[in-house]
Design a protein around this ligand. Sequence first.
Ligand SMILES: Cc1ncc(COP(=O)(O)O)c(C=O)c1O
Length: 381
Amino acid sequence: MKKRYLLAPGPTPVPPEVLSAMSEPIIHHRSPEFATIMKEALDGLKWLFQTESTVMILTASGTGGMEAAVSNLLSPGDRAICVRGGKFGERWAEICEAYGISPINIDVPWGESVQPEAIESALKKDPTIKAVFVQASETCSASVHPIQEIASIVRKRDNTILVVDAITAIGVMDLPVDAWGIDVCVTGSQKALMLPPGAAFVSVSDKAWHFNEASKCPRFYFNLKKEKAKAEAGQTNFTSPVAMVIGLRKVLEMMREEGLQNVFARHERLADATRTALRQLGLRLLAVGIPSNAVTGAYLPAGIDGGAFTKKLREEYGVTVAGGQAQLKGKIFRVAHLGYADTLDVITAMAAVERGLRAFGYPLELGAGVRAAEEILFGNK
Ligand SMILES: Cc1ncc(COP(=O)(O)O)c(C=O)c1O
């Protein structure tokens, strides 16, 4: 027997009580019983997003939510800023191109956070820009972009909306959608929401709904206007992911019990301990701007291949962490601490990382990282 620990930045582990709720018999998606569950889940999503707007549930992975944002709000020929600080920022630009929208790319070295002034000056240079697409947490570079500052720039412009991929940010860090003026916020089920993959959640502000009226992109499956009307009736446009919505209601109940600020504080504490431990082991962290509290990335010491390292952790210790993507492939590893994650998950991860590094000949004092993490996680207790 090998016990498995899923410590990658998505999918993340699903709590047993949620798995159990999801295994209840499937009910009909147009029944009053399901509408009640939907309404409770949708109320919970509003609470989580800190918004008064309807949050729509799409049966898709997170990228489906991103695509819906582009195709429902813009028109071919529009211009939009895409902040490209990693693979997911690049995805915004790719989706825009697929719909005939011209991306104006603001490239940020992976691991850095975008300078809000760069966005402001691009908007000044071209006032016809319709949207700014950005990640709140760029999972592949384990970094965040300063959304509050970006939002304060965009909200002053009537003809520009801010669209945030918060797929590894919602439920991790404070991202008050209404208070900051995030026009469209997208997240996915398999991250901090502690659910299996398969659903995307999207909020749309009143300002952005005006863009929807003018939007001329082709669309069929992802029709946010239809989804909004259905959501308000406790349904989805097509067959609902029934078990997912039942699980969603359960995770939101658990998160409400913990309290939103406590959820953020837990993520911050786990992230802080992970970063401190890895630094203690002499590793260089990937984030040089603002680090994400969802995931921590670190460069492997020279001579250790990332693929071999993550394989060793998975096969020998049962610990799944993520490797690097694109140009970072083989060079880094990423340890997640989001969703159903707590104190001893960090200790497990650090013990596995220490063992793995040692197995590849890296000189370290075994237990040094674990101790550094423990000091943060347990304090003087
Ligand atoms: C920041 C971010 N954006 C987008 C995605 C894509 O989501 P999905 O793979 O669910 O389509 C991910 C997934 O890891 C992500 O972390």
